[in-house]
Ligand binder design. Structure first.
Ligand code: GSH
Length: 100
């Protein structure tokens, strides 16, 4: 499962749109920037820079957890999308460009 930490800003929403477009399910956790939640000890463990968005993917490369913040999140979404597509293509009976 992917956890997305965001606020309703352009960067925060861009991360949510990337996950939606990739068809990945995720849990959204709103970070209240006005209340300074980005400076909480819990959030700073995710991103010491104290900036949203942050993605925590418990099924990152090699099945290991991966935490990415800010722009790096897009690479994680694309990587996971590719892995999903590759696993669909190798399943017996799955459609591929060669069997149609
Ligand atoms: N370059 C980063 C920018 C991240 C960023 O600036 N996040 C802002 C919100 S959009 C933030 O956390 N600001 C904290 C604040 O202003 O209190 C990205 O691509 O996502």
């Amino acid at each position: 499962m992917i956890d997305l930490y965001l606020a309703p800003t352009a960067n925060g929403l861009r991360a949510a749109v990337a996950l939606e477009e990739a068809g990945l399910s995720y849990r959204a956790h709103m970070v209240d920037l006005a209340k300074g939640e980005r400076r909480s000890p819990e959030f700073l463990k995710l991103n010491p820079a104290g900036l949203i968005p942050v993605i925590v993917d418990d099924d990152g490369p090699g099945g290991n957890p991966l935490t990415l913040s800010q722009s790096g999140r897009n690479r994680a979404v694309r990587r996971r999308e590719k892995r999903k597509a590759a696993s669909r293509a190798t399943r017996p009976g799955a459609l591929s460009p060669c069997n149609g």
